[in-house]
Design a protein around this ligand. Structure first.
Ligand code: ADP
Ligand code: MG
Length: 404
């Protein structure tokens, strides 16, 4: 009897431990799920806010810039306008960062400027770099085209390489130097990030891309950074390579493919040489439920000496298209009542020749499926908020192709 009881006791003890273990595992899973859903919720909120901000922001930027180019305003007014302009540009940057964050977990590829993304990522570490006495040297090739990539994922790759470099350099000296070099190599855009840290032994170098390989303590490393980077870069049809000698520093080189699509980057806001205006007057339809966007876009079109006709109501615009023809249609994607995409499918059902004359205006590339849809069908689009100069450049280019 005594013997059996003892066994029973032991069994109970073991059971309790197993229970506790299971409970712990469960809690871990729950925490993880909770974290994931919290991140998703923040992402959704960020995307929502960004979307709401982009429409009014397009008006603020656009009209302040149009005023600034008038040339007949007193100096003080110009100075005030500058403040409005700078302030709104800062808001543009903040919204962009919000969107980058919101897209983090979904692989959403978009056209992007690698330099801008590198700078944005460096911004995250700027305080740490400053206090750790780390100097960042940028050798950017200014003529690089944009690429098609997921900004959130690429940012993750860059960030991990920066943090690795920072941790490595801190080990051997006070401060250090990170050199970022971008170049074009045939059909690839190449990004090289070099540090003057301790470098790696051949044994370590051979294993760095393996999941869970780390030489750091549990507080500093998970060993997942570079394996994730490898997965992301492969997903982008690129390559990631390392050069490192023990005692000589380390350099990572990422090569990302350029495609023909990226050559004709549409939403580029950087100022490049003006494109010559097309020969004849074009007539352009503008459809946006926001009155001030219609006004802004029409103003830009009129300044280019083309004819603009704007519609706040997509149904009215459709009606008009039954009788009239346009060289181009600038179309907002999200409108109450009828979305831009629905509008688009309705016009091409009736007038297929208009299919390649539509330019979408969108304030939210993070909207699920939208980007894919635009890419898949090879549609033209411009992202809000855009500067009047960028819109003008884009329109000139498209009109030149269409009208010659
Ligand atoms: P973690 O940073 O969590 O260790 P990573 O996958 O990012 O995981 O890196 C794996 C290992 O590669 C690091 O533990 C380190 O030994 C080595 N490593 C990565 N970058 C550098 C670098 N810039 N200099 C020296 N060693 C590096
Ligand atoms: Mg790391």
């Amino acid at each position: 009897m005594e013997y059996e009881g003892q066994i029973a006791d032991i069994a109970i003890v073991r059971d309790l431990t197993a229970n506790k273990q299971a409970e712990l595992e469960n809690r871990k899973l729950r925490d993880k799920a909770e974290m994931a859903s919290r991140l998703a919720a923040i992402g959704e909120m960020a995307a929502g806010i960004a979307h709401e901000i982009n429409n009014p922001l397009t008006g603020v930027i656009g009209f302040s810039e149009l005023l600034a180019t008038r040339g007949d305003l007193p100096k003080e007014v110009m100075a005030d306008l500058q403040i409005i302009n700078h302030g709104s540009q800062r808001v543009v940057e903040i919204v962009k960062r919000l969107l980058t964050f919101a897209r983090q977990n979904k692989p959403v590829k978009t056209r992007l400027d690698v330099h801008e993304l590198l700078d944005n990522t460096l911004e995250f570490r700027s305080y740490v770099f400053k206090t750790a006495n780390i100097e960042v040297i940028r050798q950017y090739d200014p003529k690089l085209p944009w690429i098609t990539a997921d900004p959130g994922q690429l940012q993750q790759v860059f960030l991990n390489i920066f943090i690795n470099a920072e941790q490595a350099m801190r080990k051997v000296h006070d401060g250090g130097k990170i050199t970022i070099t971008t170049t074009r190599k045939d059909q690839f855009l190449s990004i090289r990030i070099a540090d003057d840290g301790p470098g790696m032994t051949p044994e370590v170098k051979a294993k760095i891309f393996q999941p869970f390989f780390t030489t750091k303590g549990p507080k500093d490393g998970t060993g997942l950074g570079l394996s994730l980077a490898m997965a992301i870069i492969l997903d982008h049809h690129g390559t990631i390579e390392v050069e490192s000698e023990y005692g000589q520093g380390t350099a990572f080189t990422i090569n990302l493919p350029l495609d023909s699509e990226t050559e004709a980057s549409s939403n580029r806001t950087a100022v490049s040489p003006p494109i010559k205006a097309s020969k004849r007057t074009a007539s352009i339809m503008v459809v946006d439920d926001e009155e001030h966007i219609c006004q802004l876009v029409s103003r830009v079109i009129e300044q280019m000496h083309h004819k603009a006709e704007s519609f706040n109501d997509p149904t009215q615009a459709l009606l008009k298209l039954e009788s009239d023809s346009y060289d181009l249609i600038l179309l907002d994607i999200s409108m109450p009542g009828m979305s831009g995409l629905e509008f688009y499918s309705r016009i091409i059902a009736k007038r297929p020749e208009l299919a390649d004359r539509v330019i979408f205006m969108t304030g939210d590339m993070a909207a699920p499926g939208l980007e894919a849809r635009l890419k898949q069908t090879d549609l033209m689009y411009i992202v809000k908020p855009f500067q009047p100069a960028a819109l003008e450049q884009f329109l000139s280019k498209v009109l030149k192709e269409q009208l010659g």
